[in-house]
Write a protein that binds this ligand. Structure first.
Ligand code: FES
Ligand code: FE2
Length: 397
């Protein structure tokens, strides 16, 4: 993040702390209960935001080496993401051109060729059909017409984007806008290396999972014994960038950092930035790395979702972590334990109450959820979501 912007945000938080104020959306907003429970709404979301919208599927560090790959199953069709032998990121439908079987079953790995388990047709990581067994018996085909279907893909600022629709377009200027692109340019997310992955399936609408990241009003209650020890609750900054948002959560480390000359302030020391990347991504850079959280509906249901959480570290943090002592109980070094603990807070505290909210919404005893003046990220996300579906914006009360 640019130095000037870092200092503006840090000063804003210090000001809130000193004046005991918080960011203010200018009013209260209410979103109807059916935002989370309606089947028709869900079908509209699924078509608009998952099947026909560019998706961030990971970071450059997910494909750290040439000839590495991973598969993605979350948009209703299977995709193979690869870094080919020349280092280029590409994505293909994981659908064999012979009779449609899924070509690659593994979640991730390193290989330059993918062989279909049905009849053994083999494709390279440029998507070309390079061979099929018993060709003299099968008959002649034009191999050039039998490659894997390539999907639009883009690697920029350390993020990997795929469009699940082969005719779709990924336009970063439309998605992020110039200001957020400039901000991402000033980070070095392309250096991040994947360290761990976890996933939590929960009985709740996918947007409730997203909502839990949108405010720190709940820190002193829900996270009293966990995050609240390290964060000032109910104190944040918020900015929007087209359909995206950026919250700046206030760490208690800011209390020491503010005593230093401004030139030595670091945004990730004093705060936890939380990027809301529309429609379903939460991205949080830290001093040592980053968390990427991807939220998806499950089983075509508005009532079930999965959070896929990936932890990344910068190479130097990984090197330092290697020298730390590994706990005999967990098999993890202190850095991994810290990141794992963060994942546990999300799973055991945030998602637990979010699932309880979902039950409350399904009970029919609540007509709307209410977002306070101090929760502007939720105002922005929900009105953006509505605008993207052609629904009327929610007014402030
Ligand atoms: S379906 Fe893949 S080789 Fe036949
Ligand atoms: Fe939380």
């Amino acid at each position: 993040m640019l130095r000037e912007e870092q200092n503006r945000l840090l000063k804003g938080l210090i000001n809130h702390l000193d004046l005991k104020t918080n960011v203010d959306a200018g009013g209260i907003m209410r979103t109807p209960a059916d935002t989370y429970t309606c089947e028709d709404r869900f079908n509209l979301e699924w078509e608009s935001f998952f099947k026909n919208h560019p998706q961030i599927i990971g970071l450059s560090g997910d494909l750290a080496e040439r000839n590495s790959f991973f598969t993605v199953e979350e948009f209703g069709s299977s995709i193979i993401a690869v870094r080919d032998s020349e280092g280029t990121f590409k994505a293909y439908a994981n659908v064999c051109s012979h009779r449609g079987a899924q070509v690659e079953q593994e979640k991730r790995g390193t290989k330059s060729k993918f062989s279909c388990p049905f009849h053994g047709w083999t494709f390279d990581n440029k998507g070309d059909l390079v061979g099929y067994p018993k060709s003299e018996h099968f008959g002649e085909i034009d191999k050039d017409c039998y490659g894997l279907k390539e999907l639009p893909s883009l690697e920029k600022h350390g993020f990997l984007w795929v469009h699940p629709n082969a005719d779709g377009e990924i336009n970063l200027n439309d998605l992020l806008g110039e200001k957020l692109e400039q901000e991402f340019e000033a980070w070095d997310f392309d250096r991040l290396i994947l360290s761990n992955e976890d996933e939590y399936q929960t009985e709740m609408n996918w947007k409730l999972a997203i909502d839990t990241f949108g405010e720190t009003y709940h820190f002193s209650v829900l996270h009293k014994d966990s995050l609240f020890q390290a964060f000032h609750g109910n104190c944040q900054m918020f900015d929007s960038f087209k359909r995206n948002g950026r919250l700046i959560l206030c760490k208690r480390d800011i209390d020491e950092m503010r005593k230093l000359p401004e030139k030595d302030w670091q945004i990730c020391t004093g705060t936890l930035p939380v990027y809301y990347l529309f429609p379903n991504i939460i991205f949080m850079p830290t001093p040592e790395g980053a968390f990427l959280v991807k939220e998806y509906p499950v089983e075509d249901s508005p009532h079930k979702s999965v959070s896929k959480i990936s932890f990344y570290f910068y190479p130097e943090a990984l090197e330092a972590a290697k020298k730390m002592e590994v706990s005999p109980e967990t098999g993890m070094n202190p850095l991994e334990e810290l990141y794992n603990a963060f994942g546990s807070v999300i799973r055991d505290e945030d998602y637990l109450v979010a699932a309880s909210s979902h039950q409350g919404l399904r009970s029919g005893n609540l007509d709307f959820l209410t977002f306070g003046r101090n929760e502007p990220a939720l105002h922005h996300y929900h009105n953006t979501y509505r605008e993207a579906l052609g629904l009327q914006k929610l007014p402030l009360k």
